[in-house]
Write a protein that binds this ligand. Structure first.
Ligand SMILES: [Zn+2]
Length: 123
């Protein structure tokens, strides 16, 4: 896989959230900035994690946990690719992969912290 194919592979393996924008029903994509995650639809409507947990059904919490698990799986897969690229001496590919792994790990951390702060309803 060349660098271009690698980037495509990374994007293709991104999880589909199944979370819809409350304003236009468009699909929400997570964007990490600093130490927070915000979700945006294609029309750039903004939805915070707190809003997702609060506004939507309890499914949102479950979906976010699924998302954490998927990101984790993603990071492990990328780590394997990075090891392979390293043995092949492809420094640029290793670089690209490492950057994506860091992004995923940061997202996992942020989302976990946010979810931990919100006790789930027990009714
Ligand atoms: Zn929208």
């Amino acid at each position: 896989m060349d660098e271009q194919g690698l980037i495509k592979h990374i994007y293709d393996s991104q999880v589909k959230l199944g979370l819809a924008c409350s304003r236009c029903k468009g699909e929400l994509i997570p964007i990490t900035s600093g130490d927070s995650i915000t979700f945006f639809c294609e029309d750039a409507h903004e939805t915070s994690v707190e809003q997702l947990i609060g506004d939507q059904s309890k499914d949102a919490g479950a979906t976010l946990h699924t998302l954490i698990a998927s990101w984790h799986k993603n990071a492990i897969a990328l780590e394997l690719l990075a090891q392979e690229a390293r043995t092949q001496g492809r420094a640029k590919a290793v670089d690209i992969l490492k950057r994506h792994i860091s992004t995923l790990e940061a997202r996992i951390e942020i989302l976990k912290n946010t979810l931990d702060k919100k006790p789930t309803d027990k009714d």
